[in-house]
Design a protein. Structure first.
Lengths: 318, 288
């Protein structure tokens, strides 16, 4: 540093020392100070509550920390324990991947298809259907109604209907029996899957210019499926990418729904997800270091999966 | 060509296709609506209908008993119920207002100004869309503890200001504001803040209405979680969830609770729907 500080500013414009670069940067910052002032409130809050926590989480995942004592560095111990000796974590990983692999793609494709179907309808009906399809994902904890419908007693709507039809003789414990739990949860998640991505698709479809479809007819496009493939999908690429991010992020973050429907912990951990495991260690057992390791794994999986899918979608229609 | 015969106004559409379309939509609409209709019906069912066997889907003798019971129950609660309502209204209103203003200011300079670090910052925000806040829940708690914000409204309100989806949507929507408009205001000598507040913000009304909706949705359902432990600071959903946990004995009141929690966000969305759709049209990820 002292060497740099002692060096006289070079008169040559070609030679840019570190010091000149810093001076240049300072000049730039002063020049754009209004921009930085506008950005500052958001940037400070975003950094404090999003970026800093990610860094802390990464750090804590290499420690033993129970909130009361100072964190103790233990290297890779948490990760080793997580993958080699925590059987329940492996169950949680299996459940999470199962849920994500089924509800993620189905929810994503359904969001697009229904947005596309709706697009054919007159504006009034379209507005109503958008409201109807989007409603489950916004109305707080309305999914609780499914606990009434799939209640384990004979008053549950599912049980009583099946009993009336003579398909079953005694009530099924939908949310207690590991055999049925996951299916019910998947139905509920799919029910709520037409969210932000769906809105983006609806909006994107409305934004495609009519002239493009007219030109396509001249070029020999014969039916709606060809229209979809040659015109609609390529035009929708930015929205498809955005929708994919929303779908992946949400499908790996499933936890509230499983806990509300099947309980925490669920019978035999049959509906235990990684987020449930994280909550279990973080807020019940207070093993913060271990919980941070779970969070870090989840973080890497979410971002990694998003990157892979983004790259795949980018190749679409190229 | 047969396709022209069916409907000349809508080429490339067949009758069979339109019928399939309508049928598929109807089936899915029924699947989506069923639980919500059930929730609405349950809220107006008298207790003997809720526990009827076999259960009846629709309500036969609609009554407001459940809502009356809910209000009676509220009146008896240890913390006055109006306090829970105030807490949620306060958190939602302040959190939403702050988020809209702060995120819009940031979005404006990120889209319309060029300055060192702007691209990098926006990329970090976009990356943060790729993970859910659950992964940062634990360190967030520690940050709150360091700031001494635990058990205050700020623990719920301030992080809501930095909600990244809001900034992303707003920045994308700012693209629709013509640069020439800003430039001419600048030549007329308007200050940067005045340009933002009096020219840009009115132009992006659908954008901030959308931010209001999304922010409202995330704050409205907030139970306070681990951040709030004083009973008198707990938001409404926490109190309503407590009632819901009453199970069998509170089935009627519970149904009324589900109804109230469901209907308010739906009404909010209904009012702003066209603005939200307009904003979402610009939400796409640009191909780099």
């Amino acid at each position: 540093m002292s060497v740099l500080a002692e060096r006289k500013p070079s008169t040559s414009t070609v030679f840019l020392s570190t010091r000149n670069k810093l001076a240049y940067l300072k000049e730039e910052i002063i020049k754009h100070k209004t921009s930085y002032l506008f950005l500052a409130p958001y940037a400070i809050i975003f950094l404090t509550f999003t970026v800093v926590p990610v860094v802390i989480s990464l750090f804590l995942s290499f420690t033993y920390f129970n909130i009361l004592e100072t964190p103790k560095f233990i290297g890779w111990q948490n990760y080793i324990r997580l993958f080699l000796s925590d059987d329940i974590f492996l169950i949680a990983v299996k459940n999470t991947f199962l849920l994500a692999a089924i509800t993620g793609p189905i929810g994503y494709i359904a969001s697009f298809l229904f947005a596309w179907f709706i697009n054919e309808l007159p504006p009034k009906i379209r507005a109503f259907l958008i409201l109807l399809f989007y409603a489950p994902s916004i109305s707080g904890n309305v999914y609780m109604i499914w606990t009434v419908m799939f209640s384990g007693d004979i008053y549950g709507y599912a049980n009583s209907t099946l009993m009336k039809l003579g398909i079953i003789n005694e009530p099924i414990q939908w949310l207690k029996d590991p055999e049925y739990m996951m299916s019910v949860i998947m139905i509920v998640i799919l029910w709520m899957s037409l969210g932000t991505g769906f809105l983006a698709f609806v909006a994107g479809l409305q934004g495609i210019e009519k002239s493009q479809y007219e030109a396509a007819i001249v070029d020999g496009v014969k039916n709606r499926w060809q229209e979809l493939w040659y015109i609609t999908l390529p035009n929708m690429k930015p929205m498809l990418m955005f929708g994919a991010v929303m779908a992946i992020t949400n499908s790996f973050a499933v936890g509230d729904v499983t806990a509300a429907l099947a309980g925490l912990p669920s019978t035999d951990y049959a509906a235990h997800t990684v987020v449930n495991h994280l909550v279990d260690y973080g807020t019940i057992r207070f093993e913060m270091g271990y919980a941070s390791a779970i969070a870090t794994v989840l973080f890497i999986v979410m971002v990694g999966c998003n990157r892979i899918v983004q790259n795949l979608l980018r190749k679409l229609g190229r | 060509m047969s396709r022209l015969k069916y409907n000349p106004k809508r080429p490339n559409r067949s009758l069979a296709g339109d019928i399939t379309n309508a049928v598929v939509l109807l089936i899915f609409a029924a699947f989506t609506a069923l639980p919500m209709v059930y929730a609405i019906c349950n809220a107006f069912k008298p207790l003997d209908e809720i526990f009827m066997f076999p259960p009846r889907f629709f309500v036969r003798n609609p009554t407001l008993d459940n809502f009356r019971d809910l209000f009676l129950l509220m009146a008896q609660s240890w913390v006055p119920f109006s306090r829970y309502i105030f807490n949620t209204l306060f958190i939602t209103a302040v959190g939403t207002a702050g988020h809209v203003i702060i995120a819009s200011m940031a979005a404006y300079v990120l889209e319309k100004h060029r300055f060192p670090g702007s691209k990098l910052f926006f990329n970090i925000v976009v990356t943060s869309l790729m993970f859910s806040p659950v992964v940062t829940a634990i360190p967030n708690y520690m940050v709150m503890a360091k700031l001494n914000w635990l058990d205050t409204y700020w623990a719920l309100v301030i992080p809501a200001f930095g909600y990244s989806l809001g900034l992303f949507l707003m920045k994308q929507f700012m693209i629709t504001v013509p640069d020439s408009l800003i430039e001419s205001a600048r030549i007329d000598g308007a200050s940067e803040f005045r340009i933002f507040w009096q020219i840009v913000m009115p132009c992006v009304k659908p954008g901030w209405l959308t931010l209001i909706i999304f922010s409202f949705q995330s704050l409205w359902g907030n139970t306070g979680g681990t951040f709030i432990y004083s009973e008198e600071l707990k938001p409404l959903p926490y109190a309503l969830n407590q009632i819901l946990m009453g199970g069998f004995a509170r089935a009627g009141v519970g149904a009324a609770v589900v109804f109230i929690m469901m209907i308010i966000p739906i009404i909010m969305f209904m009012i702003t729907q066209s603005n939200v759709i307009e904003t979402m049209a610009t939400s796409g990820f640009k191909d780099e």
